[in-house]
Design a protein around this ligand. Structure first.
Ligand code: DON
Length: 305
């Protein structure tokens, strides 16, 4: 595994020149285009890595399955899915086109921006300080790493430029999908997106998800099985946005990407995988990361289908 990871990272590193770092959040534009790394945990707790697997980056949309998991634990399945659906959209992550046209006036799934913003409004806590601390504690526990925090400059960079998300949130409030102070909810969403972690952390979390919330390394149930399975299922169908279908065919692993370049993957009962590569394809997924996963999945027969 170790040699294979090294080989595929170096093989696909040149691809990073064909993508672009996200700069619609200006502070993300400082990322190094050529970084590419992968981290893998197997069920025996063995760890493998290659490339820039221990560089910190903001997890952006990779936070969405994690906050969904906390919301499911906090509020239960029924309440969560009264706010968002479970269907893939085939639309870009920041699309607003279906907000007014879908059936029950709720975002189609919890991973498009509108759905994720609706979900974070469910997180319990007396104010944003308590809520983000609860989210961070949860992520630290999943990753078994206390050294996970929010990148303040990236949070602020998105807060001052995030008007598209702001518009979605006002719309959601107007249709009664969310309650509370719009700017507070938006701040909390931008903070969850600005959580800094490494590919290694994502692999560790992926391992816990792959065992239905049980951590084979700590030998402990970290989150309930039912909720872990719900999140993994939505990763499989909606995790790569309008690339989810192609990713299912070519990689076949439940995954979730972020515009910071991260991808978390969970191979049921077998592996947790984290990828980092901030050079993105047109759909906002790591261009080198997706290729690396394609090769890895083929070599180790990881597709769940
Ligand atoms: O809301 C946004 O636009 C970003 N904070 C997160 C988007 C994202 O990561 C989409 N994933 N590929």
């Amino acid at each position: 595994m170790k040699d294979m990871l090294k080989k595929i990272i170096e093989e696909h590193r040149p691809l990073t020149n064909q993508g672009q770092v996200a700069d619609y959040i200006p502070a993300l534009g400082n990322a190094n285009l050529n970084h590419l790394g992968i981290a893998v945990y197997d069920s025996d707790g063995k760890y493998y890595e290659a490339g820039e697997s221990q560089i910190k980056f903001t997890i952006q949309s990779v936070s969405k399955p994690l906050v969904l998991l906390l919301a499911l634990i906090d509020s239960g399945e029924e309440e969560v899915f009264s706010k968002v659906g479970m269907e893939p959209t085939g639309d870009p992550f920041n699309s607003i086109i279906r907000l007014e046209t879908f059936d029950k006036q709720k975002p189609l799934n919890p991973f498009i921006n509108a759905g994720a913003i609706s979900i974070v409004s469910l997180i319990k806590g007396k104010d944003n300080i308590e809520k983000i601390e609860r989210i961070l504690e949860f992520v630290r526990r999943l990753a078994d790493n206390d050294n996970i925090s929010v990148d303040n400059s990236i949070f602020l960079s998105e807060k001052v430029t995030g008007d598209r998300n702001r518009s979605m949130l006002y719309f959601l409030k107007s249709i009664g999908n969310i309650e509370g102070n719009v700017e507070d909810i938006l701040d909390l969403y931008f903070m969850q997106c600005a959580i800094k972690a490494t590919a290694k952390d994502l692999a560790r979390i992926g391992l816990v998800l792959s065992h239905g919330g049980y951590d084979p390394i700590r030998e402990e149930q970290i989150v309930p099985k039912r909720e872990a399975k719900i999140v993994s299922s939505i990763m499989a169908t909606c995790g790569m946005y309008d690339e989810s279908g192609e990713f299912a065919v070519k990689v076949g692993i439940p995954a979730k990407s972020g515009v910071g370049g991260g991808i978390i993957c969970t191979v049921p009962k077998r592996y947790g995988i984290g990828v980092f590569g901030p050079s993105l394809d047109r759909k906002g997924n790591s261009i080198g990361g997706v290729k690396v996963l394609e090769d890895l999945s083929r070599e180790f027969d990881m597709s769940i289908y």
